[in-house]
Design a protein around this ligand. Structure first.
Ligand SMILES: [Zn+2]
Length: 166
């Protein structure tokens, strides 16, 4: 699994959609994250974690209502996706040490492509390819098959050779 030393390095690793070259954007910021002015804010039960992307600093603001702020490891995933072709997304895994205000791990966890009505997700932490016939249909797990971004249909054809019944 590809690991990074800084969040800046991680965000640069895949900053463009490998299918259409459009800039990837942070997505899925749900209610527990927001991004503004090169700062990523992560809200957890007892802290606000502020990550400055440019100088890779981690600041933690404890919630004053909590008598014992959480000081362990905060684990979250940051999703990057293509808003142009909408056929690519990837996740960075972030493990933040709240005791020492440093990174425990930043890694490239998974990436997903959509080809026609099929969805394929490669999860590097478990070396698995997950194939979904019909975007949200049942999943078939396979050993990791690298994506052919120049011709995504080649990846589907390879999967279909491995599981001829789908
Ligand atoms: Zn794209």
């Amino acid at each position: 699994m590809i690991q990074f030393k800084t969040i800046k390095e991680a965000l640069k690793y895949k900053d463009k959609c490998p299918l259409c070259s459009y800039n990837l954007e942070m997505s899925h910021l749900y209610g527990d994250m927001d991004y503004d002015n090169n700062r990523l804010h992560i809200f957890n039960y007892s802290n606000i974690i502020i990550i400055d992307i440019l100088n890779d600093s981690i600041k933690v603001i404890p919630n004053e209502d909590m008598s014992t702020p959480f000081m362990g490891l905060h684990v979250t995933r940051l999703m990057m996706s293509c808003h142009s072709c909408k056929n690519y997304e990837c996740y960075l895994l972030l493990k933040i040490n709240l005791q020492d205000f440093c990174w425990e791990e930043i890694s490239f966890n998974s990436e997903t492509i959509i080809v026609g009505s099929d969805r394929i997700k490669n999860i590097f932490s478990i070396n698995e390819t997950q194939y979904h016939k019909n975007i949200y249909g049942t999943m078939t797990g396979l050993p990791l098959i690298p994506f052919d971004f120049s011709n995504p249909q080649n990846t589907i054809d390879k999967i279909k050779l491995l599981i001829p019944y789908i």
